[in-house]
Design a protein around this ligand. Structure first.
Ligand SMILES: Cc1cc2nc3c(=O)[nH]c(=O)nc-3n(C[C@H](O)[C@H](O)[C@H](O)COP(=O)(O)O)c2cc1C
Length: 375
């Protein structure tokens, strides 16, 4: 059978076959490992390595690994946080600040660790995701001449002159029209507009109202739609709303190549959309995640969350304790509302084939079933 065709000018700009991009997802490197990134690129999309929280050396190692597996375009995603005043540059330093400045929060997490019957454990690395850290990883991205860079948070303008000089395509992610306009002004090649349905850090506006507003506000800059896209119908809808491509996270979390823990995949496959809610418990910012017993316990306690990075560092101690005990049901599992429609784990290649075929089927269905004309 001939190979399916789903292609536009934006695909040509990126050098890819289909307008489908695997979202870069952080989570300690488990969500978008090189094997998943390369599989998506090999299948005609663009795979993006989520490198937020990884060291510069590990980021470089992953870039090399993707290049070993594919010669197709791929990218790196990083969170570029704004300068955080008054926060220590190391994990142990931030922990000490929490102990001194926020004793009630510190005590509550220690109490939760005891109540869940977990051993005390601490993450091994000293990384705090701040702008100084992000700049070191950006150096690796430039040095390695990565074809695509996406800023999941913050302003990528520091990268633009050097990135563009070497042909890099640079995207900025945004959950609001205001921020999308800011991204455009900083000179990005495309704006990723992410609706609140999305997994991970997310804003308040849903994908359907967000995409057309961002398309109008940043024209002629291309828009990539994100948030709540789980099958070909979602891809067709995003294209109909004016997007040039889609940026898909959650639907690839259940790919066989994705290395999030089996228990977290199970939560995604077995739960309905309502189980994935927005909370500030994990990072101090709004994150859509599986509503597990940690989120419920915190919300019942009614204690206001801290800002980032303190809330994140505080909760990562709990995550380290839960991981040591094999209690993966108690760790952060960011995922979006499309989880409700995901029922089976599959190889990434099959997910890509089904997305492409589903989009074509849906476009054909519309053309077949709908009569339309201006007069
Ligand atoms: C597990 C997980 C981790 C994520 N981590 C990041 C990240 O590190 N950087 C980023 O730009 N976006 C991150 N996101 C958001 C995705 O890039 C993407 O915008 C989102 O998944 C799209 O919505 P969907 O989940 O409905 O497909 C993450 C999303 C998930 C589900």
């Amino acid at each position: 059978m001939a190979r399916a065709v789903l292609h536009n000018a934006f695909c040509d700009e990126l050098g890819i076959e289909y307008p489908i991009i695997l979202a870069g997802m952080g989570v300690g490197g488990r969500a978008t490992p090189p094997a998943l990134v390369a599989a998506v690129s090999e299948a005609g999309g663009a795979g993006i390595l989520g490198c937020s929280g990884l060291s510069p050396e590990e980021t470089r190692r992953r870039i090399h690994e993707v290049r070993r597996l594919t010669d197709k375009p791929f990218g790196v995603d990083l969170l570029l946080p704004a300068k955080i005043a008054g926060s220590a540059p190391t994990r142990s330093g931030v922990r000490e600040e929490i102990r001194q400045r926020y004793p009630e929060h510190y005590a509550m997490v220690r109490a939760m660790i005891r109540e869940f019957g977990l051993p005390e454990a601490y993450p091994e690395d000293e990384i705090v995701v701040n702008i100084e850290y992000a700049e070191k990883v950006l150096e690796v991205v430039v040095d390695e001449k990565v074809p695509i860079f996406a800023a999941g948070l913050g302003d990528p303008s520091i990268l633009i002159p050097r990135g563009h000089a070497q042909g890099m395509k640079i995207f900025g992610l945004s959950g609001s029209v205001r921020n999308a306009v800011r991204q455009k002004k900083s000179g990005v090649d495309a704006v990723i507009a992410q609706g609140t349905e999305a997994g991970g850090h997310t804003g308040a506006v849903a994908t359907f109202p967000l995409i057309p507003q961002v398309v109008d506000a940043v024209a002629p800059t291309p828009v990539i739609a994100a948030g709540g896209i789980g099958d070909g119908r979602g891809v067709a809808a995003a294209l109909a709303l004016g997007a040039q491509a889609v940026w898909i996270g959650t639907a690839f979390l259940v790919a066989e190549e994705c290395e999030i823990y089996a228990e977290n995949k199970r939560q995604i496959l077995d739960s309905d959309s309502e189980s994935f809610r927005v909370t500030k418990v994990w990072t101090g910012k709004t994150v859509r995640t599986f509503q597990n017993d940690v989120v419920k316990a915190w919300e019942q306690a009614g204690l206001k969350t801290l800002d980032t990075p303190h809330q994140r560092i505080l909760l990562e101690d709990l995550t380290a304790s839960a991981t040591k005990a094999g209690r993966y049901d108690l760790i952060l599992n960011p995922a979006g509302q499309v989880s409700g429609m995901l029922k089976q784990s599959k190889p990434a290649k099959q997910i890509m084939e089904e997305l492409v075929a589903g989009t074509i089927e849906d476009l054909n269905r519309i053309n077949r079933d709908l009569r339309y004309s201006f007069g």
